[in-house]
Design a protein around this ligand. Sequence first.
Ligand code: FAD
Ligand code: 2HG
Ligand code: ZN
Length: 477
Amino acid sequence: MMPAGARSPLQQLIVQFGSSVIVTDPAQLAAVNVDHRKLYEGKALALALPRNTREVSTILAFCNAMCIGVVPQGGNTSYCGGTVPDASGTQLVLSLRRMNAIRSVRPINDSIEVEAGCILADVQRVAAEMDRIFPLSLGAEGSCQIGGNLSTNAGGVNVVRYGMARDLALGLEVVLADGRVLSTLNALRKDNTGYDLKNLFIGAEGTLGVITAANLKLFAAPRSVAAAFVALPTPAAAVALLALLRDRCSNLVSSFELIPKVALELVLHHLPGSRAPLNSPSPWYVLCEITSTMSGEPLAERLEAALSFALESELVTDATLSQSEREREDFWFLRENIPEAQRRDGPSVKHDVSLPLDRLAEFIELAGSWVQTHVPEGFLVCYGHVGDGNLHFNINQSAPAASLLAREGEIRRAIHDRVHEFGGSFSAEHGIGRQKVEELERYAPPLELEIMRAIKRTLDPNGIMNPGKVLRVQSNL
Ligand code: FAD
Ligand code: 2HG
Ligand code: ZN
């Protein structure tokens, strides 16, 4: 019981930082209490909006001393409830949105140092102004933040060429649970000085500390590009086409996305202005892109030659190359809007899985026919970054009255068990968050879990960082 007249921890925070940094306005809290799919809802103690690393450090030191849970939040585009506080009203949501400065751009070093609250699209734009690219690219890039991207180790549509967020980070600045600031903010490509600590925080989903800044890799901007929308009969043909393109276009393949007929139909139906790129429908499509940093490269000819060969070999049934930048954007509009079209169509159960490429087609066939037989209230919308073996094996509700979501746990278990049997991962790029804590316990080898818990205990002994996400651990909250 707090003595009469004593200030509560929240009051102390407000006194120390002011009400513009520690926000209790219900309207602002409502926005951070819920994830963007509105699947998870909590109740925050308050919203912290620190302006710099020092303030993050002081807030965390205070929360650690008081055993207050802290939920870091970036753009709040997480697909697995990673950003939502629990319902207790005792956890502080800490948003990085005010920390959005570009600290420096170093073209000769091909690096950019940014604060964690920078919106991904802004970093891409600044890189473009320097005739470089920051290649991380995903549908949420207009609102997700670099801190969130690194904390989820985001993937997206260019991984096949440039890697995941982890591969794009040179160094990080992280505030630890007790407020100490760990800086590995160098801009070096090579640095073998002991354990690579930054990699602990990448993909940790805010459970080990708060990323406040990062040094990121830039790359030469592509000067030639060719994109194709390809029709093919099966996922197996798509996997074979990837191998063929890699063979014929060397290392130029930068995106390779699988799209089923049903996903294209959903986009055409729900997004006004969208147009089918090919005349006749096909059970499957691939949107692929090859790029080169050399200007005037005959990439369209190269891609066309590879696709003609694929047509002759009956690997693909039809294909069209973009004839202009506008047409290329139209292809990408169709791909990037699949999640939005799915959302507009109704509730869905999502599985963000990865498979070894040599088993991916077999998985789709087997798990797809399981869905057809066992999930009459839904239909499969399986698409994704097949160049990386990553499928969004999603199931949409088939009729307004159906109650697909009531069977979510059971369906998820069946799909993830199959993924596991195939040597795949139940979390390819979206993370664990709150949604897949049990899955991690079920599928991760016990020794891995033991090491993860030991790391968590060492860096966050009170368990204040993003409680209840990723790992279940003992805490002092
Ligand atoms: P949030 O959602 O705010 O947070 C994500 C997690 O990181 C949470 O656990 C949070 O606590 C933690 N966190 C956030 N900031 C920090 C920080 N500074 N320090 C420590 N922890 C922090 N993801 C992909 O990988 N590939 C895709 O192709 C893709 N496409 C998407 C398309 C759409 C339309 C949408 C809505 C989402 C998509 N996502 C995709 C998922 C999501 O956008 C990514 O996971 C993204 O990286 C999350 O960034 P964010 O800033 O929104 O993070
Ligand atoms: C994508 O690749 C995203 O478009 C979203 O990762 C996937 O909605 C999904 O399941
Ligand atoms: Zn994706």
